[in-house]
Design a binder for this molecule. Structure first.
Ligand code: FAD
Length: 143
C-alpha cells in the first residue's frame, strides 16, 4: 500500500553541512533499496521531511529516523494512503536554506521563520507539491 509520511523535527545544535551531506548520502542509498522517495527540507533549525513508499518500509524508516540523535522532537504531521507518488525521481531530494526555498517556506509559515509544527497538514502537502513543481521548471524533468 502506497503511503506518505511527513514529519517535523528540531536540528540538534552544532549540526553542520558535512552532517547533512552524510544524512543525504545514507538516506539516498537506503531509500533506493527500499523503494522510498521523498524530500528533506532543512532551515538550519528544523527539518521537514516527506517519505513515500510501501507502508511497511515507510514505517520502518521513520522508526529508525526518530531514534537519530542528530535531531529532536520528531512530530508526525501527515500519515496517509496516497494513490500516486509526488517524488518519483527523488530517493531523497534536498531543499536547503537558499533564498528561493526561504521564500517557499515563508509562504506557508505563519511565522517569519519556517515553523513546521504550526503548519496544517494541507499547508505541508502544498509546500512539498510546490517544491516538486519548482524542481520540474528548473530541471525540465519530472521530480
Ligand atoms: P547506523 O548508521 O548503524 O545507525 C545506528 C544509530 O546511530 C541509529 O540510531 C542512527 O540513527 C544513529 N546515527 C547514525 N549516524 C549518526 C551520526 N553521525 N550521528 C548521530 N547519530 C547517528 N535514513 C534513511 O534510510 N532514509 C531517510 O530518508 C532518512 N532520513 C533522515 C532524515 C533525518 C533528518 C535524519 C537525522 C536522519 C535520516 N536518516 C534516514 C538516517 C537514519 O536516522 C539512520 O541513521 C539510517 O537510516 C541508518 O540507520 P541504521 O540504524 O541502519 O544504521
Amino acid at each position: 500500500m502506497l503511503t506518505q509520511l511527513i514529519y517535523a523535527s528540531r536540528v540538534t545544535p552544532g549540526l553542520g553541512n558535512a552532517d547533512i551531506r552524510r544524512i543525504l548520502e545514507v538516506s539516498q542509498s537506503n531509500n533506493r533499496q527500499t523503494g522510498i522517495t521523498g524530500a528533506l527540507c532543512f532551515t538550519g533549525r528544523v527539518f521537514l521531511q516527506c517519505l513515500e513508499g510501501h507502508r511497511k518500509e515507510v514505517n520502518a524508516t521513520y522508526h529508525r529516523i526518530v531514534q537519530d540523535s542528530r535531531h529532536t522532537e520528531p512530530t508526525l504531521l501527515v500519515f496517509e494512503e496516497i494513490s500516486r507518488r509526488q517524488f518519483t525521481q527523488w530517493a531523497m531530494g534536498y531543499l536547503g536554506f537558499t533564498a528561493a526555498n526561504r521564500d517557499l517556506f515563508l509562504r506557508y509559515s505563519p511565522t517569519a521563520e519556517l515553523d513546521p509544527y504550526g503548519l496544517t497538514a494541507a499547508s505541508v502537502r502544498m509546500l512539498f507539491a510546490e517544491a516538486v513543481d519548482a524542481a520540474r521548471v528548473l530541471t525540465g524533468t519530472e521530480a
